[in-house]
Design a protein around this ligand. Structure first.
Ligand code: SF4
Length: 280
């Protein structure tokens, strides 16, 4: 294991090697509130190919085993404890699409939320997906306490398909139905995440389509600032004043909305930037 510390905001990139020798990463996040979160990877690389994501550009390097996934949590706990911190939250937002590894994900979650296992409260665990409707509902059925976050990014079909190639397989209506069903089964709000890309996801037409898609759904909207990638020069972040104004307009529509802050930007640990430098 090699670690790279952020000088900006307390994020630590953990460069790891799987049991079979593949490089992958996890990220320990220390929020200003004192909360410690581990961003867990489910694959080494990823085959979803999202246009804005450094991991997607790697392709799927290797699949991980259960020990690789749980090993990240063991390590995260140990590192946090060495600093007098308590690893409180887990987010499956690292490398890989969790619902492409459904069996592995369920096996890991079963141990993580087992009081005789790792003992995480299900509400302390969040699984982020680009959206596989049937698998989202199965996850909610087996682990109703576990939060789900849908990386929607756009409610305009052609924009979403350009950003998330695998999105072409699933209609936005089917995703909407899945979100409603997940919320019903979990009794909580589903996180819907939208990456703020200038001229792609922040235009008036994008806002209108998103507002219509969200109408009546029990969701919390997370607007996520984009971390520019050298490999994707056509994509640029929405300027911060426009991002704040967009968040305020969704709140005014009655949609609970957070404009997120991304941790770890200086060590390539922020959302969409894990690129697998790997262990030395
Ligand atoms: S955003 Fe997630 S699903 Fe998309 S390529 Fe990156 S790691 Fe894979």
């Amino acid at each position: 294991m090699r670690r790279v510390e952020s000088a900006l905001d307390g994020a630590t990139r953990l460069l790891l090697e799987s049991a079979r020798g593949a490089s992958f990463e996890a990220v320990l996040l220390r929020a200003a509130s004192g909360r410690t979160t581990l961003c867990v990877s489910i694959q080494a690389g990823c085959n979803a190919g999202c246009a804005f994501c450094a991991t997607g550009r790697l392709g799927l390097r290797a699949r991980l085993g259960l020990d690789d996934v749980l090993g990240q949590v063991v390590l995260g706990r140990r590192l946090a404890a060495a600093e007098g911190r308590h690893l409180r939250n887990l987010v499956f937002m690292g490398m890989g699409e969790p619902l492409f590894e459904e069996e592995l994900l369920h096996a890991a979650l079963a141990r993580l939320v087992d009081p005789r296992g790792f003992g995480f409260g299900p509400r302390r665990v969040c699984v982020s997906t680009v959206g596989v409707p049937d698998a989202m509902v199965r996850l909610a059925a087996r682990f109703p306490g576990v939060h789900q976050a849908l990386s929607l990014h756009s409610a305009v079909p052609e924009v979403r398909a350009a950003l998330i190639p695998t999105a072409r397989a699933h209609e936005l209506d089917a995703l909407r139905d899945a979100v409603a069903e997940v919320a019903r089964r979990t009794g909580g709000r589903v996180l819907v995440e939208v990456l703020l890309l200038a001229g792609r996801t922040d235009r008036p037409a994008d806002e209108a389509a998103l507002a219509a898609w969200l109408e009546g759904l029990p969701v919390h909207l997370n607007l996520i600032p984009y971390n520019p990638l050298a490999a994707a020069p056509a994509l640029a972040p929405t300027p911060e004043p426009a991002a704040r104004a967009l968040a305020a307009r969704f709140r005014a529509r009655g949609v609970p909305t957070t404009l997120r802050r991304s941790l770890g930007a200086d060590v390539a640990a922020a959302c969409g930037t894990l690129a697998g430098a790997g262990p030395p």
